[in-house]
Design a protein around this ligand. Structure first.
Ligand code: URP
Ligand code: ZN
Ligand code: ZN
Ligand code: ZN
Length: 485
């Protein structure tokens, strides 16, 4: 079998930094050490050899708000690879009353075009006996161990507390992990109606309708409901101090929960919605909205302190024409922004490049932590013999200015337009295939494979055990008095 050697670089993992060559045969890493040779040499002089990024939060070709997000599994994964990301996890969304298994079938059909490996989270968008039963098939037969719950998007994707508690309890039984979009959807709906009635119909009103309090309240509620159900919980797109505070406090109290800030919330702020250009502001409409510096500082601190574990994108890209569905009514602007190509360079530049993160922390929050949470470590998220050769050879000296004109994403703008970045992939390898070769795109449509994930992580098992120890037990009494009348 033909081999490749990544030569002359420094391996950087979540816990180690050392000089070594990395040898690959087929899909996997076969040797790590000094002076390796192989059929093809990839020169990594001056570069860091890191696990490829894993983006656990994407919406490719997602049916949402009357349209479909424009980046599909082909353009989305191509964008990811160009930026050093080698795996995405997308959300399979059943329509109301639709079978979970049918939803997976639809996502299977779309994902055949993926350029890199992928997996799915299953969304719980309605509740009933069928959903309860199918959750078991999803976990045992479909290789999906995560279930997403939307506390927002009232009248569409939103689930109530009773549905959430039932689903979380089912996750506990199946050894799965619930994920939550935490915003109080009832309050958002009322604020939206009030703002519209007052004539506040521009994209800035999207942010006014989703203050940090709606996120903080919902995050706390989700964590408490998960704790009562005896299951860990993962809060997606944690954007504010209120939400981070709920996660931090819960962790201090021994509750198992995870928080996922997005690169957009870390680096873009609420002033984007005050632009005099309607398109500029509408292109940045996403939920939760961008926030102020106080919240951004909180998110960076969370990554440093380890109270927040993962940096994702929530890549859900709509064109300017699609955003214009909401002219005159901000509630109709399709929610979502892109970021797949920019997450790693932006986090490196504004995290490692400023001293807010170490290189090892960078690897942890872009790859290794989520691989462990999703139970795919060390197949993914590692530079180890036997691991998949999903690797990025990172050139810390390579610079560019982000621009829509040179991006892989299919949309007509970029929310990071004009941002300078320093630190970019020299090579990105997806299971041994060099998809990015010094700026040249060599992706192979359909190369990506589905990554199945087993339930019952160590955290699930420990928590179930603890809940069993602490379960309510009936008191055995020698005699019971006759009941009073
Ligand atoms: O605005 C967003 N985040 N759009 C994608 C769907 C979601 O809520 O994650
Ligand atoms: Zn209900
Ligand atoms: Zn969301
Ligand atoms: Zn999302």
């Amino acid at each position: 079998m033909a081999s490749k050697v990544i030569k002359g670089g420094t391996v950087v993992t979540a816990d180690l930094t050392y000089r070594a060559d990395v040898k690959i045969e087929g899909d996997v890493i076969v040797e790590i050490g000094p002076n390796l040779s192989g059929d093809e040499v990839l020169d990594a002089t001056g570069c860091y050899v890191m696990p490829g990024g894993i983006d656990p939060h994407t919406h490719l070709e997602m049916p949402f708000m009357g349209t479909y997000s424009t980046d599909d599994f082909e353009s989305g994964t191509r964008a990811g690879l160009a930026g050093g990301t080698t795996m995405v996890v997308d959300f399979a969304l059943p329509n109301p009353e639709q079978s979970l298994l049918e939803a997976i079938q639809r996502w299977d059909n779309k994902s055949t075009r993926a350029n890199c490996d992928y997996s799915f989270h299953m969304a719980i968008t309605w509740w009933g006996e069928q959903v309860f039963n199918e959750m078991e098939t999803v976990v045992r037969e479909k290789g999906i161990n995560t279930f997403k719950h939307f506390m927002a998007y009232k009248g569409a994707l939103m689930v109530d507390d009773d549905e959430m508690f039932a689903s979380f309890s089912r996750c506990a039984e199946l050894g799965a992990l619930p994920l939550v979009h935490a915003e109080n959807g009832d309050v958002v709906a009322q604020l939206q109606a009030k703002l519209m009635a007052e004539g506040n119909n521009g994209p800035e009103a999207h942010a006014y309708s989703r203050p940090a309090e709606v996120e903080g309240e919902a995050t706390n509620r989700a964590i408490m409901i998960a704790d009562m159900a005896g299951v860990p919980v993962y809060i997606v797109h944690t954007s504010c101090e209120q939400s981070h505070e709920a996660i931090r406090r819960a962790k201090q109290n021994g509750i198992r929960c995870y928080g996922e800030p997005l690169i957009q919330h870390l680096t873009l702020d609420e002033s984007e919605y005050q632009s005099g250009d309607w398109d500029h502001s509408a292109r940045r409409v996403m939920s939760p909205p961008f926030r102020n510096k106080k919240h951004q500082d909180s998110l960076w601190a969370g990554l440093q302190a380890g109270t927040l574990q993962v940096v994702a994108t929530d890549h859900c890209a709509f064109t300017t024409d699609q955003k214009r569905y909401g002219v005159g009514d901000f509630t109709k602007i399709p929610n979502g922004t892109g970021g797949l190509e920019d997450r790693m360079p932006m986090l490196w530049t504004y995290g490692v490049g400023t001293g807010r993160l170490t290189m090892n922390e960078f690897v942890a929050v872009t790859s290794t932590n989520i691989a462990k949470i999703l139970n795919i470590y060390p197949k993914k998220g590692a530079v180890l013999v036997g691991a998949d050769a999903d690797l990025v050879v990172w050139d810390p000296a390579k610079e560019k200015t982000i621009s829509a004109t040179s991006q892989q994403s299919a949309i007509d703008y970029n929310v990071f337009e004009g941002k300078p970045v320093k630190g970019l992939p020299r090579y990105t390898l997806t299971r041994g295939h060099v998809a990015i070769m010094d700026g040249e795109i060599r992706t192979q449509e359909g190369h990506g494979k589905f990554v199945a994930r087993e339930p019952f992580t160590a955290v699930n098992r420990a928590l179930s055990q603890w809940k069993e120890v602490m379960a309510p037990r009936k008191v055995q009494r020698a005699g019971i008095p006759a009941s009073g009348v």
